[in-house]
Design a protein around this ligand. Structure first.
Ligand SMILES: [Zn+2]
Length: 387
C-alpha cells in the first residue's frame, strides 16, 4: 500500500520535503587560546520519520603560517588526523544531539562537519567549519635551503571559518570576515575570548529578538576571527599597534571589545574599518551589530545627535530632502517618508518601524534604505564578492 502511494509524484515530492532532516553544529567554547576540551555538538530534527543517526567528522592538525619565506596572516594546517563519532537513535522524532569532545593542545586548527540520517533514508549535512584552539602561534620558523631562522609572527585566529580546506589561498571573497581584538582594558586574553562568545554567539546563533534576525539569517555569509593584542579604543579614537595592526589586514572589519565605560563609536567605512563594543553593557550584542553596520557596510546613524554620514549602497542618510526623495524613488520607497533628522540638515526615509541605525531596542531591524543596503550586501556576497 505504501509503495503504491509513493508512486504519485506529488507524494514523492512531499516525502522529499518533509523527510529531510534539519541539522546544525557548533563548537563549545567558540574560541579559547589555552588548553581545554572543545566539544562539537550537532543537533538534528526530522519530525515525520525520525532521526536514526548523526555523524560528526573532524580533522585536527597544527595551525601554521603557511610556511615559506613570507608567512601568511591566514593560517594553514599540518599533521592533520581525522576523528569522529556516530550517534544512533531509534527513529527519534524530537530533536536529537550528538557530541564530539576534543582535547585541545597548543596551536590546533580543527575542521568539522556533521550529517544526519532520517528513518526514510534522506540525509542532511552542515557545511564545514574550521576554528583555532589552544595557545596561538606566535613564531614562524623559516627552514628553506640556506634560510633558517625564527621570527615573531601572529596569524588571524579563526573562530567560525566556513571552509574545509584552511589555507592562505582559500577564497574568502564571498564572505564577510569580521574580526575581534581585545582592548587593553580587558583583564586578560581569556576575558576577551569569553566576551567574544557572549556577544557573537547570541548575535549569530542563539538570540531570539528581532534585532538579530539579519545576522542569524545570513550567518553563513560571515567568517568570524579573533586577533591578538595591540588595539586600543577610547571614544571615537582607535589605535592599532603590532601585532593587531598586522593581523587586522586579514579582516573586512574589526571590533575592539572593551570593558571600561565609554561611548562606543565606529568608522563609517565600506569594509576595512573598525569600531568598539563595550561588552559589559546589557545590550552589548545590539551595540556590536550597530557599530559593525557602520564599519562593515558604511551605514550612518539615523538618530538625532548621531554622526549623520552614510556611504552605504544606497545611502541611508542624505544631505537634502531632494536627495532622499530621489534615492527613495530609486529604491521603490515612498518619498513621503523622507524626514529631516532633527535640525541637522540631513534626511532619512522613515517608515516608523524601529531601525537598527536609530533605535536601541530589541525589536529594531534594518528598515527602509538601511534594509536595501543590507539586501544589496547579501546579493554582492552571493555573487561572490562581498567587497
Ligand atoms: Zn552609530
Amino acid at each position: 500500500m505504501r509503495r503504491i502511494l509513493l508512486i504519485a509524484p506529488s507524494l514523492l515530492l512531499l516525502a522529499a520535503c518533509t523527510g529531510a532532516p534539519r541539522i546544525s553544529a557548533l563548537q563549545n567554547p567558540l574560541y579559547r587560546a589555552e588548553n581545554h576540551t572543545s566539544t562539537i555538538t550537532a543537533r538534528a530534527t526530522e519530525t515525520r520519520n525520525g532521526i536514526t543517526s548523526i555523524t560528526i567528522n573532524a580533522v585536527v592538525g597544527e595551525l601554521t603560517a603557511c610556511g615559506g619565506l613570507s608567512p601568511s596572516l591566514i593560517p594553514c594546517r599540518t599533521g592533520a588526523s581525522s576523528l569522529g563519532v556516530i550517534c544512533t537513535f531509534p527513529s527519534t522524532k524530537s530533536e536529537v544531539s550528538c557530541s564530539l569532545p576534543i582535547s585541545v593542545t597548543p596551536q590546533r586548527l580543527i575542521t568539522y562537519s556533521a550529517t544526519a540520517t532520517s528513518a526514510e533514508g534522506p540525509t542532511a549535512s552542515t557545511g564545514s567549519v574550521t576554528y583555532a584552539a589552544g595557545a596561538p602561534l606566535t613564531r614562524h620558523r623559516v627552514d628553506k635551503g640556506m634560510f633558517r631562522f625564527t621570527i615573531p609572527w601572529e596569524t588571524a585566529r579563526p573562530v567560525i571559518w566556513r571552509t574545509d580546506a584552511p589555507s592562505s589561498g582559500t577564497d574568502r571573497g564571498d564572505k564577510i570576515d569580521l574580526g575581534f581584538v581585545p582592548d587593553p582594558d580587558m583583564p586578560n586574553y581569556r576575558a576577551f575570548t569569553d566576551d567574544l562568545e557572549a556577544v557573537a554567539l547570541p548575535l549569530f546563533y542563539t538570540d531570539t529578538n528581532q534585532f538579530s534576525l539579519w545576522t542569524r539569517s545570513w550567518k553563513k555569509l560571515f567568517n568570524l576571527w579573533a586577533g591578538p593584542d595591540g588595539a586600543d579604543g577610547y571614544g571615537c579614537t582607535r589605535t592599532f599597534a603590532a601585532p593587531a595592526s598586522t593581523v587586522r589586514a586579514a579582516f573586512d572589519g574589526t571590533a575592539i571589545l572593551h570593558r571600561a565605560e565609554f561611548r562606543d563609536c565606529a568608522s563609517i567605512t565600506p569594509g576595512g574599518g573598525a569600531g568598539t563594543t563595550q561588552t559589559t553593557l546589557s545590550d552589548a550584542k545590539w551595540v556590536l551589530l550597530h557599530e559593525a553596520a557602520h564599519f562593515l557596510f558604511g551605514l550612518g546613524d539615523e538618530y538625532v545627535g548621531g554622526g549623520s554620514v552614510s556611504i552605504s549602497n544606497p545611502r541611508n542618510v542624505m544631505t537634502s530632502q531632494a536627495s532622499c526623495q530621489s534615492t527613495s524613488t530609486t529604491n521603490s520607497l515612498p518619498t513621503a517618508q523622507c524626514v529631516q533628522i532633527g535640525t541637522s540638515g540631513t534626511w532619512r526615509n522613515d517608515n516608523g518601524v524601529s531601525t537598527t541605525m536609530e533605535d536601541r531596542t530589541w525589536d529594531s531591524d534594518f528598515q527602509t534604505l538601511s534594509g536595501k543596503a543590507m539586501a544589496n550586501k547579501v546579493a554582492d556576497c552571493i555573487n561572490g564578492a562581498c567587497y
